[in-house]
Ligand binder design. Structure first.
Ligand SMILES: Cc1cc2nc3c(=O)[nH]c(=O)nc-3n(C[C@H](O)[C@H](O)[C@H](O)COP(=O)(O)OP(=O)(O)OC[C@H]3O[C@@H](n4cnc5c(N)ncnc54)[C@H](O)[C@@H]3O)c2cc1C
Length: 496
């Protein structure tokens, strides 16, 4: 911590504003817009350069869930939290504020619409009937549409964004514990930026921080679906000023493929043909590949489990290869770093990716096994066993839905290794219903706020569109709260 030697009125700042927002994703944009709306001079710090800014928000589906029943949806969230309850005040504000998201986005001048038909992922839980589907900008998903609206709204209101300006550390008054500002790197300069009213941390998750991923999620060497910027910076900054942590072991993973030369991974979904199975490092089948799945959790053996979590080899055959891309093309799903930012378009018949060696091919399963580092005989046996289940229409081993039991029998055979792929993390500094960061003993760290994936509300299960909704909701709460703090008498030499 940069322990400010003064009483909170020191003058050696390079620049002073009312509110500093760290991160320009959904939470950061919402905080900045709301802070500015409340009359606070607000500055946004963004670590990435133009074109790569905007975090996971930019490469996400950009759709948010809606509801018209705060009590019902609170019941649903409570049920999704299960054995990991979230404070009632946080649930209450989440339910109220998520209901306001759509009107708030419209107030920015955007046209919104319903995106497809969407049913709750946990229909068996109480309150699920309050989940009223997905909304998106013009009813569309992906391609940075929501981020475009938020970024344009910042510009229209004259809210300054300093790109390529990573925040490094918070400045805390040693006597009062108040957060006074942020130390940043800007080019070769180190700057001290003062915040008269407050600082909002909105730096997203830690999915690109290999050490944190190992420590908290027990995953190693995972590809990431979204922005490489989510390295947990804000979490470390908050820890250094005493923040407690919550929800650190919660996450969203999916099947994915890592390809040489790409920072991010490719999302894999067998949308065109379901003739595939997953085997572990020893070649044996590991689970139902297609359980009832939520955003990160699945119903397995009668309980909700993080899914997928094991490294695995994904195996399919010629019929599945022919049927269509195993990773959605741009026109199917404009989502994910490689599609939205790198502009990669997966080949319709997977041939390009097979030619590149991202997917292994062999005439027999016996030959495919060693190419993946698996015993060929074990792999052959697993696929034969799986195919018998398909013929019988009954998966005795794992209970996969009979409608999805499509054999893997037509040579050549294909396979790749999936880590699995990390969509995003959920945990970070513990916060209250006002988005104020809480220290390890339960006290508020004065003038410090957090919102979005750096500190998501979600302790366990979560449904589609709930992450953007949470980021917008608590982003606004944080921006409002920071703007309402009594101003400190910080002065600057205004060198920036
Ligand atoms: C592929 C994909 C699809 C998704 N689709 C959906 C969806 O359709 N609906 C939904 O609800 N959720 C979706 N999610 C999840 C959702 O995108 C995120 O939970 C949400 O966008 C998080 O917003 P955020 O503002 O907290 O973080 P982010 O959007 O990640 O923004 C964090 C920002 O902080 C910046 N930053 C990081 N460190 C620093 C630093 N030290 N200094 C300054 N700036 C910093 C980053 O560059 C970034 O701009 C998806 C996620 C992914 C990866």
């Amino acid at each position: 911590m940069d322990q400010d030697q003064g009483s909170g009125s020191s003058s050696n700042w390079d620049r002073v504003v009312d509110v500093i927002v760290v991160g320009q994703g959904a939470a950061g944009c919402a905080a900045a817009l709301e802070g500015s709306e409340a009359g606070a001079e607000t500055l946004v710090l963004e670590k990435m350069p133009e074109g790569r800014d905007g975090g996971n928000t930019r490469v996400s589906g950009g759709i948010w869930f809606q509801h018209h029943d705060p009590e019902g949806i609170a019941t649903y969230l409570r049920a999704m939290c299960g054995e990991y309850p979230v404070p009632e005040d946080v649930i209450r504000v989440w339910a109220q504020e998520t209901q306001r998201n759509s009107a708030w986005i419209e107030s920015l001048g955007a046209a919104i619409g319903v995106h497809g038909e969407y049913v709750p992922e946990y229909p068996e839980l109480p309150g699920s009937e309050a989940y009223a589907g997905y909304l998106g900008i013009e009813g569309q998903m992906g391609n940075g549409r929501l981020f475009g609206v938020l970024k344009a709204a910042l510009a229209a209101r004259g809210i300054e964004v300093l790109l390529e300006t990573p925040a490094r550390e918070l400045v805390q008054d040693p006597a009062s514990g108040e957060i006074l500002g942020v130390l940043v790197t800007s080019g070769s300069q180190e700057l001290r930026l003062g915040a008269r009213r407050g600082v909002v941390l909105a730096t997203g998750g830690f999915e690109n921080n290999a050490e944190m991923v190992r420590d908290y999620l027990r995953l190693t060497d995972v590809p990431v679906w979204g922005s490489p910027a989510g390295t947990g910076d804000g979490i470390k900054m908050a820890q250094k000023v005493g923040a407690d942590l919550w929800h650190m072991d919660n996450m969203m993973t999916t099947l994915g493929l890592r390809a040489p030369g790409f920072e991010a991974g490719f999302y894999v979904a067998f949308n065109h043909a379901q003739g595939f199975l997953c085997v572990g490092m020893d070649g044996t089948r590991i689970s139902n590949e297609l359980p009832q799945v939520g955003h990160g959790q699945a119903v397995l053996n009668g309980s909700y489990e993080l899914f997928p979590t094991s490294p695995m080899h994904v195996i399919f055959d010629e019929a599945t290869r022919r049927a269509g891309p195993i990773s959605p093309t741009r026109d199917e799903l404009e989502v994910g770093w490689n599609v939205v930012i790198e502009n990669y378009d997966w080949s319709r018949d997977n041939s390009t990716e097979i030619e590149k060696g991202w997917i292994q091919r062999a005439d027999t399963l016996d030959e495919l096994g060693p190419k993946l580092g698996v015993d060929g005989k074990a792999l052959t046996q697993s696929v034969q066993h799986y195919n018998r289940s398909c013929a019988e229409g009954f998966d005795a081993a794992f209970g996969r839905d009979p409608d999805t039991l499509v054999p893997v029998s037509e040579p050549p055979f294909y396979g790749f290794t999936s880590a699995p792929m990390l969509g995003w993390s959920n945990g970070g500094p513990r916060r209250d219903e006002q988005a104020r960061v809480i220290d390890a003993l339960g006290d508020v760290i004065p003038r410090l706020y957090a919102a979005g994936c750096i500190s998501s509300t979600y302790s366990w299960c979560k449904d589609g569109g709930m992450h953007i909704a949470d980021a917008l909701a608590f982003g606004r709460v944080a921006g409002r709260g920071a703007a309402a703090e009594a101003p400190l008498g910080l002065t600057s030499s205004d060198r920036t």
